[in-house]
Ligand binder design. Structure first.
Ligand code: PAN
Ligand code: ZN
Length: 189
């Protein structure tokens, strides 16, 4: 029997970031998000080094391991490109049978989930809200509040990522700030 005294991995409630030997931190800046927002011209004239969202990702097991799990924390800054709120790029999992949990810890936003037939549904995210993302469902989170939006995610280590489909085809709706109200606008493909 052995007891591990040291905390191997840690979710720091101060800065809301994961710590540990297998944690990778990345961020997406305005300059990384070409073609993600509707008004590409507005995005291209913004400060390119400005951070839109950051992810700390804990991979305690090798990517691709069947039965393994990953956990990640995402912080989406408060901001807009023209009238469109800051959001994640969004993706579908390469292994399309993978599902995922998201749960909110700070701020408010929307979880957008879109099926392969492009029908979508939206769930409101707030501290304590839990969101189940079923298999074969593209997912994106939008920060519609007036502070940072922070959420955690847990998904299979063999899920993989497909960003290309969403990059090419987009989601079937976008969320804009219209006179202070988050407004869902359907998008024709
Ligand atoms: C999340 C996302 C994270 C960033 O951990 O990867 O929120 O969003 P994008 O990956 O769309 O840029 C997750 O869904 N993992 O599967
Ligand atoms: Zn995912």
């Amino acid at each position: 029997m052995s007891i591990d005294n040291a905390i191997k991995y840690k979710f720091n409630t101060g800065d809301n970031v994961l710590y540990g030997t297998n944690v990778i931190c990345t961020s997406k800046k305005i300059g990384d998000l070409k073609q993600v927002f509707q008004n590409e011209e507005a995005r291209s004239t913004m400060e390119q080094e400005s951070i839109v969202y950051s992810v700390s990702l804990l991979q305690p097991i090798e990517a691709g391991t069947v039965g393994g799990l990953f956990i990640g924390t995402t912080i989406i800054e408060q901001g807009q490109v023209d009238q469109e709120y800051y959001m994640t790029k969004g993706h579908i999992h390469k292994n399309t049978s993978s599902s995922e949990f998201y749960w909110g810890t700070k701020g408010t936003g929307m979880v957008l989930m879109m099926k392969t037939d492009r029908t979508y549904h939206i769930e409101l995210m707030s501290p304590g809200s839990i969101h189940f993302i079923p298999p074969e469902t593209a997912h994106r989170v939008i920060n519609t509040g007036n502070e940072k939006l922070i959420f955690n995610a847990c998904w299979p280590a063999d899920a993989g990522y497909d960003y290309e489909t969403i990059y090419n085809e987009g989601f079937s709706c976008r969320i804009f700030n219209q006179h202070g109200i988050p407004t869902i606008i359907d998008i024709e493909k």
